[in-house]
Design a protein around this ligand. Sequence first.
Ligand code: NAD
Length: 369
Amino acid sequence: MSADARTLMILAGDGIGPEVMAEVRRVIDWFNANRALGFQVTEDLVGGAAYDAHGVPLADETMSKAQSADAVLLGAVGGPQYDALDFSVKPERGLLRLRKEMDLFANLRPAQCFDALAEDSSLKHDVIAGLDLMIVRELTGGVYFGEPRGITEMNDGQRMGVNTQRYTTNEIRRVARVAFDLAQKRDGRLCSMEKANVMESGILWREEVQWVGDNEFPDIDLSHMYADAGGMQLVRWPTQFDVIVTDNLFGDLLSDVAAMLTGSLGMLPSASLGAPDPATGRPKALYEPVHGSAPDITGQGLANPLACILSFAMALRYSFDLGAEADLLEGAVADALAKGARTKDIAQGGEHLSTSGMGDAVLAELAAA
Ligand code: NAD
């Protein structure tokens, strides 16, 4: 891969999105200057910012540029000034359009406990210390999309709400492959979660994941767990897991549970991946912090940029195969935290840095590495 072939599209969005993304820009510039990575960055509008400029939360031109970028980095969308807009042009529709048209079917949600923050977890230190797991959630199928759906009148005058849990072989196998592949690059263990005891779609899920394991990844240690038991195990003994793969609904719940084990929303990155491009082998990819636009702290220099910076570290690893550089960046974040760098959300009432102060702390550790 030539160094000038790496294209990144930045969609900073609304609220604290531009504030945290400014720190990511500094990190990208550092890698370009010091590691000659040749990232070519373009910036565009999404969410409320796009609505203000174009009357839509994602312009067609922006969508097509996102399709051709190697990776998209998104800040956050939304804010109270857009709450009264029609549903079709709400800021969130811009994000949903990106996910849908890029067909991002695998949502990666790491839950990692930095040593320096282990005391801040709601779990005991010895339960949480060393936590480093990855939840892979199927993102484009299942009960949130299945037909039939809707609310209908019944003959006896009651109303009935219906949603359909539906999965096909291909939908299950493609997300399973992403999870197996990750397990191969990590600790070699994958736990698949469903409700095969009470749902036919769960039986199919279990059989298809097992099929991919038997036929394509026999070296991976594959286990299966019912999703409710998985929820219990996540809070009882979370360090037993390496990679977890699960469907859209259970993944929605379990990834939030796992994320909160580690503390603030301002620390949580994510990636959403689609099919690999046949020419480059790179998956369609969108990287974004889990948090929203945080209107309550916008413009005050209080936003924690680490979730967004760690999302860029995921881009280094999963879009550009730059594992060493991702390690370097994640190590710089861990070192900055170990030396006491804290934004307000993780300061536990103590001294805190501004958004750019945290960016400075990470850049100082990168320079010292
Ligand atoms: P939020 O994540 O924006 O904020 C929740 C709380 O966490 C707030 O108190 C906020 O100050 C704090 N917080 C969030 N990120 C932080 C950071 N980086 N550093 C420090 N503190 C941080 O969720 P919300 O308040 O429910 O939603 C606000 C807006 O964001 C809404 O318009 C919502 O629709 C939107 N939203 C967008 C996304 C997205 O873009 N992916 C996700 C969730 C919510």
